[in-house]
Design a protein around this ligand. Structure first.
Ligand code: V55
Ligand code: FE
Length: 478
């Protein structure tokens, strides 16, 4: 990415940022964001953005005032590259393409999701173990392996916290090494101890980026992306897109073992993120923003032909599975005609339970002309956030204003006991005309009215793939 869409290698602190409008006085916590920046240029021109260096940032919000801080994650790769003054690491997840001097080091970039759990802050990336981050200074404290009880070599960027039990359901794929079919699933107790492990194998190796949980099941969707030991040995990119593969969704009872896994199959989609899921008897319902084709313009097709990003459209989809049937298919419907991106969220208090609302960023085609910069972007950037009401089938939306593209939104309940979806929607708007970042705060009671507050940085904030809100008391914030 270059020009208005490039990110910058900055680490900085800002206290008492300029605030336009009013931040609710009782909003007390921190918005953590994680993304990737190329600290040094890639070693090979065909390396992909998923391999850029992890950078974590936070907006600390309290009494209507905001401080910002951003830092690179000190991975082994970052430290080795800093010492060398160049990128010694080769293609994403192909260690055979690294400089031999670093092939024994941890190559993960820790660039995808910040997780607050069991009193700790983690930087996650699905090809390695979590990095523990100091929640105040954002220093990198080390890697986490569950006191030796987490045996997978990898840890997903999308673990799920059960709001009822407080447990974390997490997993690693390619758990025993690159291109392996092994997946290890874990349950962590609310205080962070590894309590349960289930090992199974997938029908084919694919990006298993996200899961969904219900009170009774864990759901594993994947499809299209694949790899092989042969690709790696040939010095190729880890991932390709093979349109001849099926979509696969595994469903495992939360108290089950590998033998209890049911594999469902369907026509190929690009199944990256999920919104939520719930179980009612034998019926499992999954809501997810799946795309109809490869969404990554940088992942080549299996036959070497270039990806065709324009074919990938995301929608709010509902998939239902009948576990009492012996069939291995599901029923699917598109709930709204709105084309969305797959970065979104739900009210976290309803994870694993029936939920009414889903939030997602999307590009409102009616307002693209207003935000002329978006027509020049390499893929459809969001200019709006939508709140989808799955019960009344209504959509409300927030528009970020001309010249702004939006990073992923994050929902904050108005209070602990507020109704579902009642609260604030926050996210970073990239103001391309002013070459700066603005944290926007909108009230879900009136998204169409625009934001109630905008936190103005004088330059661009650190990058974001995913973000998380951490309330006062969940982590030592000060
Ligand atoms: C995604 C992001 C990743 C990754 C795999 O958004 C999938 C999807 C930023 O890293 O490694
Ligand atoms: Fe993700």
């Amino acid at each position: 990415l270059s020009g208005p869409f490039e990110s910058r290698r900055l680490e900085f602190d800002l206290f008492d940022c300029e605030v336009q409008g009013t931040i609710p006085k009782d909003l007390d916590g921190a918005f953590y964001r994680l993304g990737g920046v190329w600290c040094y240029p890639p070693r090979f021109p065909n390396d992909i953005p998923l391999h850029s260096d992890g950078h974590i940032s936070r907006f600390r919000i309290r009494t209507g005032r905001v401080d910002y801080r951003g830092r690179f994650v000190r991975t082994e790769r970052y430290v080795a590259n800093r010492a060398a003054g160049r990128n010694l690491f080769g293609l994403y997840r192909n260690r055979l393409t690294d400089d031999p001097s670093v092939q024994h080091l941890d190559g993960t970039v820790a660039n995808t999701t910040p997780l607050a759990f069991a009193g700790k802050l983690f930087a996650l990336k699905e090809d390695g173990l979590p990095h523990v981050i100091d929640p105040l200074t954002l220093e990198t404290l080390g890697r986490w392996n569950g006191a030796g009880r987490f045996h997978s070599q990898t840890f997903t960027a999308h673990p799920k916290r059960d709001p009822v039990s407080g447990e974390l359901i997490t997993f690693g794929y390619e758990a025993t090494g690159p291109a392996s079919r092994d997946v290890f699933l874990y349950t962590l107790s609310p205080d962070g101890e590894v309590k349960r492990e289930v090992r199974f194998q997938v029908p084919y190796v694919s990006v298993m980026h996200d899961i969904a949980i219900t009170q009774h099941h864990v759901i594993f969707p994947f499809g299209g992306y694949t790899t092989s030991p042969e690709r790696l040995a040939a010095g190729q990119l880890h991932w390709c897109w093979d349109a001849s593969l099926p979509s696969v969704i595994g469903i495992l009872p939360r108290n089950g073992d590998a033998g209890d896994m049911r594999w469902f199959k369907g026509p190929l989609q690009c199944m990256m993120h999920t919104f939520n899921a719930h179980s009612a008897g034998d019926i499992v319902t999954l809501d997810a923003p799946f795309y109809d084709a490869n969404l990554f313009p940088f992942v080549p097709n299996h036959d070497g032909s270039p990806p065709r990003r324009e074919h990938a459209k995301g929608y709010v989809r509902r998939l239902t599975f009948d576990l009492s049937s012996r069939q291995d298919s599901w029923h699917e419907s598109i709930l709204f005609p709105t084309v969305i991106g797959d970065l979104g969220c739900i009210d976290p208090r309803f994870l694993s339970l029936p939920q009414r609302y889903c939030f997602a960023g999307y590009q409102d085609p009616q307002r693209v002309a207003e935000s002329g910069i978006l027509t020049r972007a390499p893929w459809p950037l969001a200019n709006s956030y939508a709140r989808f009401d799955l019960q009344d089938r209504r959509v409300e939306s927030y528009f970020a204003g001309p010249d702004c593209s939006l990073d992923e939104c994050c929902f904050i309940p108005r209070s602990a006991g507020a109704p579902e979806g009642d609260g604030y929607l926050i996210g970073v708007a990239n103001n391309h005309a002013r070459d700066r970042s603005e944290l926007v705060v909108a009230d879900t009671r009136n998204l169409a009215a625009g934001d109630i507050a905008r936190v103005i940085l004088p330059l661009r904030a650190g990058p974001q793939v995913h973000g998380t809100w951490v309330g006062q008391g969940e982590l030592p914030l000060d």
